[in-house]
Ligand binder design. Structure first.
Ligand SMILES: *Cc1c(COP(=O)(O)O)cnc(C)c1O
Length: 404
C-alpha cells in the first residue's frame, strides 16, 4: 500500500515533523475579521489593492496584479507576453509541473532546458546552445529548425528558493528577441546579482499556495514594470470586461481574481516576510553545519551571486557513498514521522507532456535521483531539526554502523 503523507502546506500533526507548513501568527485573524465585518469578502476590496501595492513595493516592481493562484498568474503572464497557440516556450526541465501546464493552456508547447549541476537551476549555456544551434531567424522571427514552430519566450523557474542565473538568461533571451517570464513562485525575496528576482523579466509570477514561503490559502501575483502589461493582465484575469455595465467583452477572459479575504491573509503574511526569510536562512545554516560532514550527502548550495531564501532545504544523497538512496532515506525518516520529499519528475520524462519534443536532460535526471527535501517550516523547532540531522547521520551506511 502506498502511504500518503499529509500534503505539504497541511496543518502540523503533533509528533510529526512536516515538510513545510504555513506560519500563521500575525494579523491574519484581525484582517480577515475586518473583511467579514465590512462585507468586503469577494474579488474587490481594500485588502486586494493594499496587497498588490505592498507586494509591488517588496519586489521592487512598478505593478502587481493579484490572481487566484500561481498557475493562473503564469497562464495570464504568458498570454500578456504574446505567447500564441503553437508557439514554443523554453522552460526549466526540473520544476513543479505548473509552468509547463500553463504553456499548454495557451496552446503553446514547452521545450525543456536542462538544469546546471551547481545550483540546480535552468542552465544558461544549455539555453544558449539550443537557441544558437537548433534555431534559425526567418522573417525576423526565431524558429525551432526541428519543429518549424516559432520560439516566443523563455520561462526560467527559480526552484527551491534559489534564483536562476537570471542576468545571464535574460541577456541570452534578449539577444534572440524572446520575452522572459520568471516563475518566482518558490523564491519570493530571493536576489541575484543584488537584484530581486522578477526585476529583469517582462513579467514575473508568484504563488501563495499553502506550502509556499507566504500563503493566502491559495493565490498568486503577476508583477511587471510595464503599465501596458499590467493593464492587460488585470483585464484578462477579470473576465475581459470592456464595458462592465453593458457586459461587452472583446476577448475571452478568465475569472482569476484573488478575493479580498485571501488578500487580507496576504497582507498579514507580507508584514512578516523578512522574518520568514531569516528563519529559512537560519534553518539552512543549521542543516549545513549538521549535515556537511556526512559522507555522501551534499548540502544545499548558494551561489556567490545569489541570496537564496532556502524555501525547501534540499540535500543530494550519493547512494554509493552514503549507503542508502534518497528514497531509502525518505522511508527511514518516515519511520520516525519525519516528512521528506524528492524533487519533481523532470518534465521531459513526464507522461503529461509526452506529446512535446523529447530532449536529453541528464543533469535534471541525476538531481531527481539524488535530491531529498527536508523539513523546512518557518517554525521548525531546534529540537525537531536536531532529530532530523541525527537521523540523517545515523541512517548513513544503511544504518548498519549505528542503530537508529
Ligand atoms: C507552486 C508552484 C506553482 C503554482 O502555484 P499555485 O499557486 O499552486 O498554482 C508554479 N510553479 C512552481 C515552480 C511552483 O512551485
Amino acid at each position: 500500500m502506498i502511504r500518503t503523507p499529509p500534503e505539504p502546506g497541511a496543518p502540523a500533526i503533533s509528533g510529526h515533523v512536516p515538510l513545510s507548513v504555513p506560519e500563521i501568527s500575525g494579523n491574519e485573524w484581525r484582517y480577515v475579521k475586518e473583511c467579514l465585518d465590512t462585507g468586503w469578502v469577494s474579488s474587490a476590496g481594500p485588502f486586494v489593492d493594499r496587497f498588490e501595492s505592498e507586494f509591488a513595493h517588496v519586489v521592487d516592481s512598478a505593478h502587481a496584479v493579484a490572481t487566484a493562484s500561481g498557475t493562473a498568474a503564469l497562464h495570464v503572464a504568458l498570454l500578456v507576453a504574446g505567447v500564441q497557440p503553437d508557439d514554443e516556450v523554453l522552460v526549466s526541465a526540473l520544476t513543479f509541473i505548473a509552468p509547463a501546464n500553463a504553456i499548454r493552456y495557451c496552446g503553446a508547447w514547452p521545450i525543456f532546458i536542462d538544469a546546471e549541476p551547481d545550483y540546480w537551476q535552468m542552465d544558461p549555456s544549455a539555453l544558449e546552445r539550443f537557441l544558437s544551434e537548433e534555431c534559425d531567424f526567418a522573417g525576423g522571427m526565431l524558429h525551432n529548425r526541428a519543429s518549424g514552430k516559432r520560439v516566443r519566450a523563455v520561462l526560467p523557474v527559480h526552484i527551491l528558493g534559489h534564483p536562476a542565473a537570471i542576468s545571464d538568461i535574460t541577456a541570452i533571451a534578449r539577444r534572440f528577441g524572446l520575452a522572459v517570464i520568471e516563475d518566482a513562485t518558490e523564491s519570493l525575496g530571493a536576489r541575484y546579482d543584488n537584484m530581486p528576482v522578477g526585476k529583469l523579466a517582462d513579467l514575473a509570477c508568484y504563488s501563495f499556495n499553502g506550502n509556499k514561503l507566504l500563503t493566502t490559502g491559495g493565490g498568486g501575483m503577476i508583477t511587471t514594470d510595464s503599465s501596458a502589461h499590467a493593464e492587460r493582465a488585470r483585464y484578462l484575469s477579470t473576465q475581459a470586461k470592456d464595458d462592465p455595465i453593458e457586459y461587452v467583452h472583446k476577448a475571452v477572459g478568465f475569472n482569476y481574481r484573488l478575493t479580498n479575504l485571501q488578500a487580507a491573509v496576504g497582507c498579514a503574511q507580507l508584514e512578516r516576510l523578512s522574518e520568514y526569510i531569516a528563519a529559512k536562512r537560519r534553518i539552512a545554516e543549521v542543516y549545513t553545519a549538521g549535515l556537511g560532514a556526512i559522507a555522501g550527502v551534499r548540502c544545499m548550495p548558494e551561489s556567490p551571486r545569489a541570496h537564496s531564501v532556502f524555501w525547501l532545504y534540499t540535500i543530494l544523497v550519493d547512494e554509493l557513498t552514503y549507503g542508502q538512496s534518497s528514497r531509502e532515506l525518505m522511508a527511514s525518516l518516515a519511520d520516525h514521522a519525519i516528512q521528506a520529499r524528492p524533487l519533481w519528475q523532470p518534465l521531459h520524462l513526464s507522461p503529461a507532456h509526452a506529446s512535446g519534443a523529447r530532449r536529453h536532460c541528464p543533469v535534471a535526471e541525476n538531481l531527481y535521483r539524488q535530491a531529498l527535501s527536508l523539513p523546512s517550516s518557518v517554525a521548525l523547532s531546534a529540537a525537531d531539526q536536531a532529530r532530523v540531522i541525527d537521523l540523517v547521520a545515523s541512517a548513513a551506511d544503511g544504518g548498519r554502523s549505528r542503530s537508529l
